[in-house]
Ligand binder design. Structure first.
Ligand code: ATP
Ligand code: MG
Length: 427
């Protein structure tokens, strides 16, 4: 008995027609990004581990427990990227392309060793959007408006809501964290073991614990918003005004802090209650990371903002809401069927190539099997074919072709040299 090898836990294959939906969603997003002048950047999936260790924050979930790290044959420590921004900044610094363009996007798989559940996998895909070197709140607004336009195009605006917050500067947060720790220490008995550990490692993450008791406790906790510098408050208010002006609904969530250390000022999440999980899930999260480039190089660029859209969660939402209609009545436009002998296969081959050349968008499938016509038609139907073209010796002798519409069950015979003309009328 041969032992079946299965996919890795938390990593999935995606089959047709889900792949079709996936492509559709990607195309919609990429067209919108193109419309705003963003350029694609392709990045490696594997990076040096130190890249993530130095930038993401040693007490974040990602660094503490989620990284897929391995040694290569030379004992170099490498990590499958858990997120895109750090690799993106690494590439931007390496190629020094700040001054050519400021708006970028990338698309691809990320890896996190998490506990898999609906909408949470160990390999998942993100489309990341990043803007460098621009500080204005209008830029923060642009990213939010752009993502809002994506939801509009996907018909999910009713199923997705925006939460925003400002987390100020690092100095503001340090001051605040001291007070927060003091408060949490006084209420240690109300925290579970996990949160107790976080007090001295990543106390801000306790703020986004959704548990009722924690939320109740936090009502009396010091608030980050009371520790923010004036500039951060000004920029946040300005962003709120722009969003109101653009009719984009949002709520301010004082507890929204995001998972990674490198954020400052504006943070935001687009969330949904409609992907079939008990808690709301974030579809797209992002924020400013003005200090990240400085931290990674001597470069003077001191502003950046970005967000990442989780593609699998977005697909779950679109599927659940049935918000996109896919045309899958036919999967094949023309199915070519040879009758009788080998000589006919050559004819089939030539006709297939001719149609494809004249109609590059049509889906033409050629059968190279000799089965009786009935069986071949059953197969063409299984493939969800619209038309079949049948070629036998008699047709070759008379330079004719049989074309049958499998839906209307209508058949006509045409001269071979009228084929393209005839197809032009149909398609
Ligand atoms: P969560 O709080 O749900 O763990 P996160 O804050 O870790 O999310 P980000 O690092 O901001 O997520 O990633 C951006 C987006 O990527 C998320 O909003 C989500 O849509 C998607 N994402 C993150 N982790 C996963 C995962 N393990 N599986 C599927 N999608 C994910
Ligand atoms: Mg996470």
């Amino acid at each position: 008995m041969i032992k079946k090898i299965t996919a890795i836990y938390g990593m999935h294959d995606y089959l047709f027609p889900k792949t079709l939906l996936w492509k559709n969603i990607e195309n919609i997003i990429q067209n919108i990004l193109n419309n705003y002048g963003y350029q694609e950047i392709k990045l490696p999936i594997l990076e040096k581990s130190e890249l993530f260790n130095k930038t993401i924050g040693e007490n974040t979930d990602i660094i503490e427990k989620e990284m897929y790290t391995l040694l290569d044959k030379n004992k170099n420590s490498l990590t499958l990227r858990p997120e895109g921004t750090t690799g993106f900044i690494r590439a931007i610094i390496e190629h020094n392309i700040f001054y050519i363009n400021k708006r970028f996007w990338y698309n691809g798989p990320m890896f996190r060793y998490e506990r898999p559940q609906k909408g949470r996998y160990r390999q998942f895909n993100q489309i990341g959007i990043e803007i460098l070197g621009l500080k204005s709140p209008y830029i923060d607004a642009e990213i939010i408006i752009l993502t809002n336009n994506i939801w509009k195009k996907l018909n999910i605006t009713e199923n997705i809501f925006l939460e925003i917050n400002t987390i100020g500067s690092l100095i503001d947060r340090e001051k605040y964290i001291k007070k927060l720790i003091f408060f949490l220490e006084k209420n240690l008995h109300l925290l579970d073991l996990k949160d107790r550990k976080k007090i001295y490692t990543n106390p801000l993450r306790i703020l986004d614990n959704n548990h009722k008791n924690i939320q109740k406790l936090l009502i009396n906790a010091p608030k980050l918003k009371n520790f923010l510098n004036e500039n951060s408050i000004y920029k946040f208010k300005k962003l709120c005004k722009i969003l109101n002006f653009m009719n984009i609904k949002f709520t301010i969530n004082d507890y929204l802090v995001r998972g990674l250390d490198y954020y400052n000022d504006i943070v935001f999440e687009w969330k949904t209650n409609n992907i079939g999980t008990t808690n709301s899930k974030t579809i797209c999260g992002g924020g400013r990371y003005d200090k990240l480039i400085n931290n990674m190089s001597n470069n003077k660029i001191n502003s950046g903002i970005g967000c990442a859209i989780g593609i699998e969660r977005l697909i779950l939402l679109v599927e659940n809401m049935k918000s996109i209609k896919l045309e899958i009545k036919y999967l094949v436009d023309i199915f070519l069927i040879p009758m009788e002998n080998n000589h006919i296969l050559k004819k089939i081959l030539v006709i297939g190539e001719l149609i494809r050349k004249n109609f590059p968008k049509l889906r033409i499938v050629t059968s190279y099997l000799f089965k009786n016509l009935k069986k071949q038609i059953i197969k063409a139907n299984k493939y969800k074919s619209h038309f079949i073209i049948i070629i036998g010796q008699k047709e070759i002798d008379n330079s004719l072709l049989i074309i049958k519409d499998l839906c209307l069950k209508k058949q006509i015979i045409i001269p071979e040299n009228k084929l393209i003309l005839h197809l032009e009328k149909i398609f």
